[in-house]
Design a protein around this ligand. Structure first.
Ligand SMILES: Nc1ncnc2c1ncn2[C@@H]1O[C@H](COP(=O)(O)OP(=O)(O)OP(=O)(O)O)[C@@H](O)[C@H]1O
Ligand SMILES: [Mg+2]
Length: 250
């Protein structure tokens, strides 16, 4: 199943919202079975990088590649068909709908029978959702909602999953649960996972590799453990965030 080409990559990507770039020449790649984290301070351009990959921010220069094929500026529909799933930081589920309806909507490209079968597979990945299928998403906890959002993205069996801060607004316990039981598990199931996280230490503990994004550029690209252990990253690029978390953990 492994291929020479990364499942998802950017080459010299320059992107933003107008003419002024927010993302300035970024090269990243994610392979099947890999969990790759992008960390960095607020406003570094992490979300913009993901949006540019998905064609939701303006690509000024450079390329986005899926399995080596150029998908720069491709419409979202095409990316979905190519097997790229995206879970944005907010607005990732439909509150007035039930869990079952959210999941089925995620499989909108499938015929009815395949859709039902795929929902069973997603429920096998997130068994906790089974007893909540008839709950309205708006009445559920943050962790359950996130599970629904990721489950919805999984309905089309994406090869690549792009996740923007899946633990935003969650407690420490739920953060651990989402990252270890959901996000890591996706990579272990063979998906290529690109994860943007504010909670840098938690993400780096689980990721295979990481990119530190600072002011729109990659300041460090290394195995996650190496980034985690790097004192200058904690001090200079994460504004002491790691140190604070380490102190809080002790
Ligand atoms: N829709 C937009 N229009 C114009 N500028 C934007 C827009 N969204 C973000 N920006 C600007 O782009 C820069 C990078 O923002 P971005 O959201 O990518 O950062 P981030 O690394 O995801 O930050 P955070 O960790 O706070 O989520 C910021 O200066 C921000 O003000
Ligand atoms: Mg962001």
């Amino acid at each position: 199943m492994s291929s020479a080409e990364p499942s998802l990559a950017t080459r010299g990507l320059v992107a933003g919202y107008g003419d002024i770039p927010v993302v300035r020449g970024v090269d990243i790649e994610v392979r099947a079975g890999e969990l790759v984290a992008v960390v960095g301070p607020n406003g570094a351009g992490k979300s913009t990088l993901l949006k540019a990959i998905l064609g939701l921010a303006k690509v000024i220069e450079g390329q986005v590649l899926a399995d080596g094929a150029d998908i720069t500026r491709a419409p979202l529909q095409k990316l979905v068909r190519l097997g790229i799933g995206y879970v944005p930081q907010t607005d990732d589920v439909f509150d007035p709908l039930k869990v079952r309806e959210n999941l089925l909507m995620g499989g909108y490209l499938l015929d009815k029978q395949t859709r039902a079968a795929r929902m069973e597979e997603v429920l096998a990945i997130f068994p906790a959702l089974r007893s909540r299928l008839n709950r309205y998403v708006g009445t559920m906890s943050g962790g359950e909602r996130k599970m629904t959002a990721i489950g919805r993205a999984l309905m089309l069996t994406p090869k690549v999953l792009v996740l923007d801060e899946p633990t935003a607004g969650l407690s420490v316990a739920l953060t651990e649960m989402v990252l270890t039981e959901q996000v890591r598990a996706l990579a272990d199931h063979g998906h290529a996972v690109l994860l943007v996280e504010q909670k840098a230490q938690a993400a780096l503990r689980l990721a295979d590799r990481a990119y530190v994004l600072v002011q729109g550029s990659v300041a460090m690209a290394a195995p996650a453990a190496q980034v985690l252990a790097s004192p200058e990253m904690a001090e200079v690029f994460l504004g002491g965030q790691l140190k604070q978390q380490q102190a809080a953990d002790q």
